[in-house]
Design a protein around this ligand. Structure first.
Ligand code: KIV
Ligand code: NA
Length: 243
């Protein structure tokens, strides 16, 4: 899986061998310049979901439920999950384990598949004390079991020791999708900005397959040079009466 936030990228990813696309609330940082995911609202998620859905990707589209869209009540969680499904999400993802058991169960029972997300849950970075590796094995196992029992079809495991991710993967029947949690999972997910070298930071757990920031800067530099030197527009780039 990879994250995707917009139409043009979704068009490109639509024809790849990826199994799933995640409209992640990491769009808050990567697309909107927010300091964290706490500023992301349902309005933002709907806007970006529509753009991705318009690309008609062949992959499963999972959409993150943003902060405060599922915490306050079962009813608002079902309504907000339902809204994302109406916009074209095939499934929603929300953060937490044991503490969101009831929410996940209610959303699934209302007919919307739910992907869980445990370990480092960025919407709770304030109470977690930052973006750090989560080490409580018993709590993580309980979280994964709770999600499975609540009916989650898959679980993202973020930033935990690989041994723990392996154990969870062995113990639950639903597929685990890892990020920063090692190779012993059923699948992997990354933020596309990290893969393409477009992000502000370069996390150790991601692999930069392209240096797109450098490529883009270089292309723009050449364009400015060409305009200044008269190389662009070239004769093929415009029409005149004589031809
Ligand atoms: O929002 C996001 O990008 C995510 C993942 C990377 C799992 O939730
Ligand atoms: Na997210």
């Amino acid at each position: 899986m990879l994250t995707v936030y917009d139409y043009s990228m979704a068009r490109i990813l639509a024809n790849t061998e990826l199994d799933g696309l995640l409209v992640g609330d990491s769009l808050g940082m990567n697309m909107l310049g927010f300091p964290s995911t706490l500023q992301v609202t349902m309005k933002h998620m709907i806007h970006h979901t529509r753009a991705v859905v318009r690309a008609f990707p062949r992959q499963l589209i999972v959409v993150d439920m943003p902060f405060l869209s599922y915490e306050t009540s079962n009813e608002s969680a079902i309504r907000n999950a339902g809204t994302l499904a109406q916009e074209g999400a095939d499934a929603v993802k929300l953060e937490g384990g044991v503490e969101v058991y009831e929410r996940v169960s209610k959303i699934v029972k209302s007919g919307i598949p739910v992907m869980g997300h445990i370990g480092l849950t960025p919407q709770r970075f304030l109470t977690l004390g930052g973006y750090r590796t989560v080490k409580d094995e018993q709590k993580l196992l309980a979280d994964a079991r709770a999600l499975e029992e609540a009916g989650a079809f898959s679980i993202v495991i973020e930033n935990v020791y690989s041994e723990i991710a392996r154990k969870i993967t062995e113990e639950v029947s639903v597929p685990t999708i890892c990020i920063g949690a090692g190779p012993h999972c059923d699948g992997q997910v990354l933020v596309i900005h990290d893969l393409l070298g477009m992000g502000d930071v370069e996390p150790y757990f991601a692999k930069k397959y392209l240096d797109l920031k450098a490529e883009i800067s270089n292309a723009v530099k050449k364009y400015v040079e060409d305009v200044k030197s008269g190389q662009f527009p070239g004769r093929e780039n415009y029409k005149s009466r004589e031809s």
